[in-house]
Design a protein around this ligand. Structure first.
Ligand code: ADP
Length: 396
């Protein structure tokens, strides 16, 4: 696996019962997975020579992030290394412009969008958005927002995204005037403009597909973001009409098939107030919105990702409990982890703690908890309490 983050750490863990020899290419020896995987190569995933040396002797190559340059993946494939997901699929998780164009091509509903070159282009896009009734609703929803920059106000707010390299809300701007719209262009990389969707909530439809074209779909989940970072995931999404859930699962399965994705595919969705689902983003690897499956599904996303990339039959994705809630533990500075474990484990025997062994930095994801039960309010409260306690923001 290329990338030494927590996703690799948890994928490695899922491979242990199968006796899989798991080799890791990690940026540093201190990365989350490098601390636990026995066979670690420390090197730069952007360097083709390093990748070639690493991949030699591997049966299959897979990823914990999407940052390996597409052309290097093509070179590895040409060397005869099975790369899963392959570069032709992975480019849609690497480049938001390519992703939007392809999803348009296969009729998948997305926020309206356009590649923009400069703030004037952004203004022209915003003007176009106001030209129909749906955008008029957007204007009404955001009319309280005052322009904060010094440029001329846009008729509706616009979301700007760098097409490559964004994560956890970095590389995403909501701009309300042309001065603010200048910021994303400073890096000199292409920028995607999108309508700002007035969504009711964010959902994720997670599926896994194997080279044999077997595929499984997990229940659609609700993902709650705080400050652009995933905070809580509820499985299944409460109150989601069954036909919407099935539509979202079918959308994700059809994207996996059309794009020839192998492995876990997370489709991040917006549920609009009128019951539509629009695709926000794709991730072709285990994903934060699937961490609940470790303790809440018959087969976890990590186990199924491994089965898929090894072309083994996939495992049952069904939930084990009525409700499972995952809450991320963001970096705090808890002085005594043992005492924190005593408290949390005694308070909630259902609680499962997953810490990543990462250096604690404010706001950084350092672990997560899963808990489950029949009463959603109670399960949510227990997950939030444990995550807050492990972070150190709750003390009793
Ligand atoms: P990344 O995951 O690369 O950080 P995303 O495209 O997922 O970037 O955007 C981060 C967050 O910004 C989303 O979870 C959502 O809350 C918000 N967002 C992104 N695109 C839009 C949009 N078109 N309309 C409204 N909100 C958006």
């Amino acid at each position: 696996m290329v990338g030494g983050g927590q996703l690799a750490r948890m994928t490695h863990e899922a491979g242990i019962p199968l006796g899989i020899r798991f080799k890791l290419l990690s940026d540093t020896p201190q990365d989350s997975a490098a601390l636990v995987v026995p066979e670690v190569v420390v090197g730069d995933h952007r360097d083709l020579g390093t990748l070639r040396d690493f991949a030699r002797g591997c049966d299959v190559l897979t990823f914990d992030h999407e940052h390996v340059p597409t052309e290097h993946l093509r070179a590895l494939e040409a060397d005869g290394i099975p790369v899963r997901p392959g570069p032709a699929a992975l480019v849609h998780a690497q480049d938001k412009g390519v992703m939007r164009a392809r999803l348009d091509g296969i009729g998948v509903p997305c926020p309206r969008h356009r590649i923009v070159r400069d703030p004037a282009d952004v203004a022209a896009f915003a003007a176009e958005l106001t030209a129909d009734a749906f955008a008029a609703e957007l204007t009404a929803a955001d009319s309280a927002a005052e322009p904060v920059g010094t440029g001329s106000a846009l008729p509706v707010p616009v979301v700007l995204k760098t097409v490559r390299g964004g994560y956890d809300g970095k590389g995403v701007w909501v701009v309300r005037d042309t001065a603010e719209a200048a910021e994303p262009f400073r890096a000199g990389v292409p920028v995607l403009a999108e309508e700002k969707v007035d969504f009711a909530r964010e959902l994720a439809a997670n599926v896994v597909r194997s080279p044999h074209d077997q595929a499984v779909a997990y229940p659609v989940v609700e993902s709650i973001q705080v400050g652009g970072v995933c905070d809580t995931v509820i499985a299944p999404a409460p109150g989601l009409p069954p036909d919407t859930a099935v539509r979202a699962q079918e959308l994700a399965l059809s994207i996996a098939r059309e794009l020839d994705v192998v492995g876990h595919l997370a489709v991040e969705l917006f549920e609009t107030r009128d019951g539509r689902v629009l695709v926000n983003e794709l991730a072709m690897r285990p994903h934060n919105s699937g961490h609940w499956t470790q303790d809440g599904a018959v087969t976890s996303q990590f186990a199924n990702h491994l089965r898929a990339v090894l072309d083994l039959p996939l495992g049952d994705p069904r939930p084990r409990a009525k409700w499972t809630v995952m809450a991320n533990v963001l970096g705090g500075d808890y002085p005594d982890m043992y005492a924190a474990y005593l408290h949390c484990m005694a308070r909630d025997p259902q609680l499962k703690i997953h810490m990543y062994g990462k250096d604690v930095k404010p706001g950084r994801k350092v672990g997560h908890v899963n808990t489950y039960g029949d009463d959603l309010a109670d399960v949510r409260a227990r997950a939030a309490h444990a995550a807050g306690y492990l972070r150190g923001t709750i003390t009793e």
